[in-house]
Design a protein around this ligand. Structure first.
Ligand code: F3S
Length: 105
């Protein structure tokens, strides 16, 4: 699977959702997560993210070691609550440009 890591936090550029062939992105208030049970590892989203927030499971950075569990739990929670995948791009968060610069992109 692939997962969304903390670079997405306070950004939510949502370019990623446009290329996902299985609609496996779910939206939280300040970031997206991937449902690892739905992701087919096409990796199309990786290059779309302006802040390189998306990683294959076996390439998750050491400081993001909670990412798989976080994506799994949050996607399950959202779906349990009746949430649908996000499939349309929307405006990034107001904090996105500052956050992007802070991350060095
Ligand atoms: Fe987040 Fe990047 Fe998608 S900032 S919403 S993972 S394009």
């Amino acid at each position: 699977t692939h997962v969304v890591t903390s670079n997405c936090l306070n950004c939510k550029f949502t370019d990623c959702v446009l290329v996902c062939p299985v609609d496996c992105f779910y939206e939280m208030e300040k970031q997206l997560v991937i449902d690892p049970d739905e992701c087919i590892d096409c990796s199309a989203c990786v290059a779309e993210c302006p802040v390189e927030a998306i990683y294959a499971e076996d390439e998750i950075p050491d400081n993001e070691e909670d990412a798989l569990e976080f994506n799994t739990n949050e996607a399950a929670r959202i779906k349990d609550e009746g949430g649908q995948p996000i499939t349309d791009q929307k405006d990034p968060l107001p904090t996105a440009d500052d956050r992007k610069a802070e991350l060095g992109f």
